[in-house]
Design a protein around this ligand. Structure first.
Ligand code: ZN
Length: 175
């Protein structure tokens, strides 16, 4: 169920080998099509820290950073919405437009899992995990500093969240 977000009717939730559950294409999706628009509560970094301490320990896995100091989450008590189940892949088929819109980066076939790369949305959001996405491009460890990788900056040009693209542009201006 989605309460705050938009989720394309061409996708569904299923068991995933990547991480328990994932979101999969039911039908063909064309490059550029909108797959999801994330909605929810906008919270500050202070509230993010407070929730992770008291009420919502997993918040780091489900909050999406939308700007320095701000995150969007589906609930403040850990209840998840369907759009919380998009998994990370190092060879993703979707990217981000703006800060909350997921679009297909290429044509996607029915049955494929819909994935994005957390490097597109997460910067300065302290975490890292061992990636088992199984793609030949897998970088092994995913961290919130991955957006600094020049190869990824090229690979995902036009698909980074707005606030990360600003950081990339600021670095490149001085090179
Ligand atoms: Zn990987």
């Amino acid at each position: 169920m989605v309460r705050f977000s938009f989720l394309s009717d061409k996708v569904m939730i299923k068991k995933s080998h990547l991480h328990r559950k994932g979101i999969f294409a039911k039908k063909k999706i064309k490059k550029g099509e909108v797959i999801a628009v994330w909605g929810g509560y906008v919270i500050t970094h202070k509230e993010f820290k407070r929730l992770s301490r008291y009420k919502f320990k997993n918040i780091v896995h489900y909050a999406t950073k939308i700007a320095d100091g701000f995150y969007i989450i589906s609930s403040k008590n850990g209840r998840l919405e369907d759009d919380d189940f998009f998994n990370h892949s190092c060879s993703p088929n979707t990217g981000i437009k703006g800060q909350v819109m997921m679009v297909a980066m290429r044509n996607i076939n029915a049955g494929e899992e819909i994935t994005y790369d957390y490097a597109m949305t997460d910067a300065g959001f302290p975490y890292s995990f061992e990636c088992k996405c199984g793609s030949p491009e897998c970088r092994g460890r995913v961290t919130s500093d991955d957006w600094k990788d020049r190869r990824l900056q090229k690979k995902y040009k036009g698909y980074f969240s707005w606030y990360i693209q600003e950081k990339i542009d600021a670095i490149q201006k001085f090179k």
